[in-house]
Unconditional design. Structure first.
Length: 216
């Protein structure tokens, strides 16, 4: 019987969980997410970089649960806004703003701006309870449209135009998007190196405590 390595995704997002399970289905791994465990305190994503936030989420989850954990952090960087919204992408426009409101705010900030260059960036961190972590990252270059187009996807997808396919991310199917997106590229890099990752986890996971059995 093959021993499966258990890895926890530091998310409750079922779509993301299904995507990663599908990518890693040929490997001896059991993928869990936070919904498989009891209440866990939320992690404040106050890092200065995507790397900071991804590591913070993965490391915290690994230490709390005693299992290797995987987390990602990603966002949109717009050249004309000096890289904003960046790590604040999900909070751009306020904590309760909708995706549509965030898109509208970004388009307003770029009104009459000829430079529409932008990039999505994703960082994935894989951490163990003792602290060490592996990092994978990927970028997808594009530009911001003048108006939203498409109904698929989420976040800034309707205003992120991907030149090679001549469509916004919201006009692509999920399969098309996963082939070219920042998260899809980073996850495929993880999948391609997963045999090495499993060896790294095995090397860095703390050994279970030993107990002496004494007769009383």
């Amino acid at each position: 019987m093959v021993n499966l390595t258990k890895i926890v995704l530091a998310t409750r997002n079922q779509g993301k969980t299904r995507e990663i399970r599908d990518l890693l289905k040929s490997h001896p791994v059991e993928i869990k997410n936070l919904d498989d465990f009891g209440p866990i305190p939320p992690v404040e994503e106050d890092g200065q970089t995507f790397d900071d936030n991804a590591y913070k989420k993965a490391s915290f989850t690994a230490r709390v649960l005693g299992l290797p954990a995987l987390a990602d952090d990603s966002g949109l960087l717009v050249d004309a806004l000096d890289g904003a919204p960046g790590v604040l992408s999900a909070r751009f426009g306020g904590p309760n703003a909708s995706d549509e409101q965030r898109c509208r705010k970004l388009l307003a900030a770029l009104q009459d701006q000829p430079n529409r260059a932008a990039a999505f960036e994703c960082v994935i961190s894989i951490a163990v309870p003792t602290g060490p972590a592996l990092t994978y990252e990927a970028r997808c270059q594009g530009r911001i449209t003048e108006t939203p187009k498409g109904t698929n996807g989420f976040g800034y997808d309707p205003i992120f135009y991907y030149p090679p396919l001549k469509k916004t991310f919201a006009e692509l199917t999920m399969q098309q998007k996963s082939q070219v997106s920042h998260r899809g590229l980073a996850l495929r890099e993880v999948a391609d190196e997963f045999a090495k990752i499993l060896k790294w986890i095995d090397l860095h996971m703390p050994l279970p405590p030993k107990f002496d059995c004494k007769e009383t």
